[in-house]
Design a protein around this ligand. Sequence first.
Ligand SMILES: NC(=O)c1ccc[n+]([C@@H]2O[C@H](COP(=O)([O-])OP(=O)(O)OC[C@H]3O[C@@H](n4cnc5c(N)ncnc54)[C@H](O)[C@@H]3O)[C@@H](O)[C@H]2O)c1
Ligand SMILES: O=P(O)(O)OC[C@@H](O)[C@@H](O)[C@H](O)[C@H](O)CO
Length: 381
Amino acid sequence: MKAVHFGAGNIGRGFIGLLLDKAGYHTTFVDVNEQVIDEINLKKSYNVILADEAQKQERVTHITGINSTKNPEAVVDAIVHADIITTAVGATILPIIAKLIGKGLKERLKENKDSINVIACENMIGGSTLLKKHVLENMTDDEQKRINNQIGFPDAAVDRIVPNQSHEELLTVSVEPYYEWVVDQEAIKGTKPDIEGITYVSDLAPFIERKLFTVNTGHAVAAYLGYSMSFDTIKEVMDSSQVCPLVRGALEETGRVIVKQYGFDEKEHANYIEKIISRFQNPYISDHITRVARGPLRKLGKNDRLIRPATLYYDLFKEKPIYLAKAIAAALNYDYHEDQEAIELQKNISANGYKSALADIAEIDEKHPLIEAVIQQVNTL
Ligand SMILES: NC(=O)c1ccc[n+]([C@@H]2O[C@H](COP(=O)([O-])OP(=O)(O)OC[C@H]3O[C@@H](n4cnc5c(N)ncnc54)[C@H](O)[C@@H]3O)[C@@H](O)[C@H]2O)c1
Ligand SMILES: O=P(O)(O)OC[C@@H](O)[C@@H](O)[C@H](O)[C@H](O)CO
């Protein structure tokens, strides 16, 4: 069995690549990072270290790499012969890789009649659906019809903390032991991929929102508030008696929304929050704040981890969230000079002011009560 996976980065190697390997796939990693691709082709294997006391290692073998900038034709060919396609490139990269995926799928439809599934493993609601939308752009009606019939784009939620890596061996990746990969089975075409570790569900919404608005909201709150107080790592933030209660406060707010919206059991959700807080405190992981805070424009988007639970909170309870507003205020102040989105964010605020910049980025009305709540918090930071 053959898999094509876009993005040989942290989650690509440390999570999706590992599970594909265990399920018996030969994985072709597609990436623009020449060094990583060359190393994959040279070493043909790598280690995944589970970040806990035991430090167990798992070896991923049966891998090949393709540099998509230099050799797009090889990517098209790999797609023609693949049994599954996955991605972990980052939400903003999906429209870019969609062109090559579209080319590969068109070629595949000419030569190969088998159905295939394309699963975007990104931190967003509707990642595969968005990828499909871009894949279908510039296709004829007939091509669109055939893609709709034969190619599945099931949305997914993926959860495993994989920090930035620095090991002697370039491909080695250290990951937390915990993982969750939930896939929408309703959108699968043909046979469901048999991969141990995937949980198929018929309604993904509760799972992706619970994950995004707990793990990723908690992470974002820790990162932006931690950055404003000059911490370096998530663990340091979580050990701080000043910031940790603010993270908990935000997770209580998102928890209220999730429980009300999806009917999760309150006690079970409280346990879920505790489990996540303990994952943030894993002493065997050093996760830098700037990785978790990366891409503040994306993270301040209307459907993302801060704004969506905050607006839902207001809609459901007619109250303004306090902790989420504080975290959004801290996110607005995120000015890390090596993050292109942080630079753009600061330019927007300098030109237009906090209120107008936030309304613009989050696509909410300037008169929305959340804006006023955030501005109040900006003044306290
Ligand atoms: N790291 C985590 O803890 C984690 C957990 C769950 C989900 N995710 C999600 O997984 C995705 C990847 O995150 P990551 O942490 O692995 O990031 P990463 O930066 O480590 O990996 C992304 C990879 O994509 C590659 N890439 C960029 N442009 C490309 C292109 N045009 N074609 C092919 N490859 C390209 C990069 O070179 C890089 O190797 C993101 O959507 C992230 O939100 C990450
Ligand atoms: O990947 P991002 O930029 O959307 O979010 C940063 C982290 O919160 C994220 O990568 C988590 O580590 C991951 O989602 C855990 O499952």
